[in-house]
Design a binder for this molecule. Structure first.
Ligand code: FES
Ligand code: FES
Length: 151
């Protein structure tokens, strides 16, 4: 089947089997490698992308189901709140191996779009679906607070 996807403001028409995941289309067909495959079953958030501004796990979403929605990957996040989040992650050194970082930035950006000055509890709740095997959680939290303070 043919699926028309709007990714980072550009339209892409891809031929995919009905069961193909959005994450695989992004990484393999569109060569957008920022979204990571880790658990592959919706448990870690490494594959998070924005779908109409809300974070979703691209490993759980069929590409066909994303048709008609605005998809933004980490490659499309560079302005506004996303820029503040990216800068804050660097300043706070909020990563170790970096594998979880794209998903963390996607979820943090979505949070700050929704809640300009989140509390620590709100941050923990919003970021609960993003796991970090390196345990960078305290620095990630500080980065989000920093990004919010600078907004
Ligand atoms: S790879 Fe999608 S949630 Fe873990
Ligand atoms: S920085 Fe390594 S998994 Fe988070």
């Amino acid at each position: 089947m043919e699926v028309s996807l709007q990714v980072n403001g550009e339209r892409h028409v891809v031929a995919v089997p009905p069961h193909r995941r959005l994450l695989d289309v992004l990484r393999d067909d569109l060569e957008l490698l920022g979204s990571k495959l880790a658990c592959g079953e919706g448990a870690c958030g490494a594959c998070a992308v924005l779908l109409d501004g809300r974070p979703v796990n691209a490993c759980l979403l069929l590409a066909a189901a994303a048709e008609g929605h605005a998809i933004v990957t980490i490659e499309g996040l560079s302005r506004g709140r996303a820029a503040a989040v990216l800068e804050a992650f660097v300043v706070e050194d909020a990563l170790q191996c970096g594998y979880c970082t794209p998903g963390q930035v996607v979820s943090a950006t979505a949070l700050l779009e929704r809640v300009a000055r989140p509390t620590r509890d709100e941050i923990r709740q919003a970021m609960a679906g993003n796991l970090c095997r390196c345990g960078a959680y305290p620095k990630i939290e500080r980065a989000i607070l920093r990004a919010a303070a600078g907004a």
